[in-house]
Ligand binder design. Structure first.
Ligand code: NAD
Ligand code: MG
Length: 394
């Protein structure tokens, strides 16, 4: 069996390092061709030493020089490049079979789309790409024949619970609803008064998952679940009213598919991203992910609640943007990225995040997401409106 050759975009992040952890368990199956990282250059150098890629890509020339310096004694030499064009290049190299798209935020759209256009197997962690430009993205997937394998645990669970031949038609497959589970985040039981004063440290201390800071805050506001509703809409061609969110604090059931005959299929497991990563890396085979088997006796109880949209309005905003269509989701995503960054830098209260996003959705005119230019303009306008909203909130 020839080895699968992979590029990991966002190799220094939480998903990137989990991916390389799984890859390192199966050297007979996988070969790392290229890695990228934006910050943490020493960590990227370390990953290059361990996985010996042909290419490594950083964000800036300064970072590239630093990385090259750290790797100068490496043989064979790692070719170091930087910038967006270099990211697109390593995402579409002819010698690459699969691309792990694990850059966080809107910055992931260009490189992920490059992998899609090149017809790669795309292991999709970067949900923001689909939120911003889902229609254009899925049209490219259809055109190029790229194979999308969802990494987000919920979408990976849905993918595993759908029939193997599922081709984007819920009715034809007898699917009634898609049920996305949500842990509820660290503030599931917090009072509105407590929420007002929560800190970035508290927001990033997720009860079940260890993740990057942006997605951790998104999980705390439930915007992460909102982005995931939009992601599910595009991945599974599901209208908003057939995607339901269920709060399930144990994070053991990763999502469910409700069929017309009354069957409900789900995927369960310990909350460890190496499971969906290994599933996608080996698909349709199964490989050891280094994850302990689920101990149902120890878990003992699985519970479910309705999401509280009054305390967590971001989830409702995402449904609203999905229903509005056009560039609404791109505006929502951009305003959210700016608001989350301001919260992480202590310039915005946690409870002011939804207001900033609402303001952007109200002020930026909605147009059809007819091409990437329209999407990037909406992204830029959403960011400007959010900065304005943050100044007003201060
Ligand atoms: P992270 O912050 O830990 O890592 C992000 C990676 O992106 C890093 O390698 C960083 O260097 C790189 N990066 C940051 N800004 C960049 C830029 N401007 N240009 C190029 N590269 C840049 O994030 P993460 O938690 O690993 O999440 C990555 C993606 O996966 C996100 O879209 C997130 O929503 C999604 N995701 C993560 C998890 C999780 O458990 N962490 C689960 C599901 C989905
Ligand atoms: Mg998820």
């Amino acid at each position: 069996m020839s080895r699968k050759r992979i590029t990991v975009l966002g190799a220094t992040g939480s998903i990137g390092t989990s991916t390389l952890d799984v890859v390192a368990r199966h050297p007979e199956r996988y070969e790392v061709v290229a890695l990228s990282g934006h910050q943490r250059i020493a960590e990227l150098a370390e990953l290059c030493r361990r996985h010996r890629p042909r290419y490594a890509v950083t964000g800036t020339a300064v970072a590239a020089a630093e990385l090259a310096g750290l790797l100068c004694d490496c043989a064979p030499q790692v070719e170091v490049r930087y910038g967006e064009a270099a990211l697109a290049t390593i995402a579409s190299l002819p010698e690459v079979d699969a691309v792990m798209a694990a850059i966080v935020g809107a910055a992931g759209l260009g490189p992920t789309l490059a992998a899609v256009k090149a017809g790669k197997q795309v292991l999709l962690a970067n949900k923001e790409a689909l939120v911003m430009a889902g229609g254009l993205f899925m049209a490219e997937v259809a055109r190029s024949g790229a194979r999308l394998l969802p990494i987000d645990s919920e979408h990976n669970a849905v993918f595993q619970s759908l029939p193997a031949h599922f081709a984007g038609n819920l009715n034809a497959s007898g699917v009634r609803r898609i049920l996305l589970t949500a842990s509820g985040g660290p503030f599931r039981n917090a009072s509105p008064e407590t929420l007002r004063n929560v800190t970035p440290e508290q927001a990033c201390a997720h009860p079940n998952w260890v993740m990057g800071r942006k997605i951790s805050v998104d999980s705390a506001t439930l915007m992460n679940k909102g982005l995931e509703v939009i992601e599910a809409h595009w991945l599974f061609n599901a209208p908003a009213d057939r995607i339901e969110v269920v709060v399930h604090p144990q994070s053991v059931i990763h999502s469910l598919v409700d069929y017309v005959d009354g069957s409900v299929l789900a995927q369960l497991g310990n909350p460890d991203m190496r499971t969906p990563i290994a599933h996608a890396l080996a698909f349709p085979d199964r490989i050891d992910a280094g994850v302990a088997s689920l101990d149902l006796f120890q878990i003992a109880q699985l519970t479910f609640e309705r999401p509280d949209l009054d305390r967590f309005p971001c989830l409702a905003l995402a449904y609203q943007a999905l229903r509005a269509g056009g560039t609404a989701a791109a505006i929502l995503n951009a305003a959210n990225e700016v608001a989350v960054e301001a919260f992480l830098e202590r310039r915005l209260a946690f409870t002011d995040i939804p207001g900033v996003i609402t303001g952007a959705l109200e002020r930026v005119p909605l147009i059809a997401a007819a091409n990437l230019d329209a999407v990037f303009e909406a992204d830029a306008a959403g960011r400007r409106a959010a900065h304005e909203g943050i100044r007003r909130a201060a």
